[in-house]
Design a protein around this ligand. Structure first.
Ligand SMILES: Nc1ncnc2c1ncn2[C@@H]1O[C@H](COP(=O)(O)OP(=O)(O)OP(=O)(O)O)[C@@H](O)[C@H]1O
Ligand SMILES: [Mg+2]
Length: 292
């Protein structure tokens, strides 16, 4: 067990309480239109993830995995159904409140990292805290970088990192604010198996330590086997368990590291960002330019 403090000073080390639902999707549907064609990306999805639980959702390409995660994290809205993060119904929150919820309570790990290329590794990891104008930024960022073994790369730009290092930076960013809900989209999809295992170690360890809930979507059955519970997603519908293996959590690395520059970060995320940068800023909890 490790000891953690959040950027706001309160201790977050706690026992998972499985009676608490960290995420609840109730009858969630989402359709997209391509010309005259309608694609049903999610079809009446019901899903609950308990505090302290690692749930894997396994599905092939196009089954609706990313759509589900984006809706769960408030990055997109369902056409119908309800999404609750903890006790908060996302539909009842203003755009600013949803952004705040993402900054403080949700950690999003994207399949393609979505690091902001003009910010250093430390600044990328600091994003949820700097966007939240947290008083303590450097210490939690250092601790997170240390934790993922990236302290020596703190001042580097994402473009100078390997794929595994970029994924570790993305995970550090997702975890730095001690979110109660971690949403991970194919976190091992671009990694070799050893690096993928290390990434899964890191995330499961965090779930065991902090009582956070982890929802991971993947097409990788090996990665899903690490979860407490697995469900299958096909054509936008969730069905029964793929498997129910036991949990797993292991070691971590320890090194030393650097600091962050708030102004550069705030400038970069309030400036014009497109593609990966905009997605990264939104996931870190930047307020959207307009109501979605
Ligand atoms: N913005 C969009 N416009 C139109 N169709 C979309 C949009 N986003 C997703 N879709 C469609 O919705 C379906 C589900 O897409 P989604 O990206 O959620 O799948 P996925 O399971 O994440 O796939 P992958 O494993 O390839 O990432 C697909 O048929 C996709 O083409
Ligand atoms: Mg996807």
């Amino acid at each position: 067990m490790g000891r953690f403090e959040s950027g706001w000073g309160e201790a977050v080390l706690r026992e998972p309480d499985p009676s608490l639902t960290a995420l609840s999707l109730e009858g969630v549907s989402k359709r997209f239109h391509r010309g005259l064609e309608e694609v049903v990306a999610l079809d009446e999805v019901d899903l609950q993830v308990a505090a302290g639980e690692f749930l894997a959702l396994v599905g092939p390409s196009g089954s609706g995995k990313s759509t589900l995660l984006h809706i769960a994290g408030g990055l997109d809205r369902p056409d119908s159904g309800r999404v609750l993060v903890g006790d908060d119904d996302l539909a009842t929150l203003s755009a600013a409140d949803r952004a705040r919820l993402r900054r403080r309570r949700v950690g999003f790990v994207f399949q393609f990292f979505h690091l902001i290329p003009t910010l250093s590794v430390a600044e990328n990891v600091a994003l949820p805290l700097t966007l939240d104008r947290a008083r303590r930024v450097d210490a939690p960022v250092l601790e997170m970088l240390d934790r993922v073994g990236l302290a020596p790369r703190a001042g580097h730009l994402p473009g100078e990192l390997s794929g595994g290092e970029m994924q570790r930076a993305a995970i550090a960013r997702a975890l730095v604010s001690h979110p109660a809900l971690i949403l991970a989209d194919e976190p091992t999809g671009n990694l070799d198996s050893a690096t993928g295992e290390a990434i899964l170690d890191l995330m499961t360890e965090r779930v065991r330590e902090t009582g956070a809930a982890l929802l991971m979507v993947t097409h990788d059955l090996g990665a899903a086997a690490r979860a407490d519970r697995s469900l299958s997603l096909r054509d936008g519908r969730v069905s029964a368990a793929v498997s129910s293996p036991g949990p797993g959590a292991r070691s971590r690395g320890r090194t030393k590291g650097a600091t962050t520059g708030d102004d550069a970060v705030t400038g970069a995320v309030t400036g014009t960002l497109t593609g990966a940068g905009a997605a990264a800023a939104a996931a870190a909890g930047a307020e959207p330019v307009r109501e979605r």
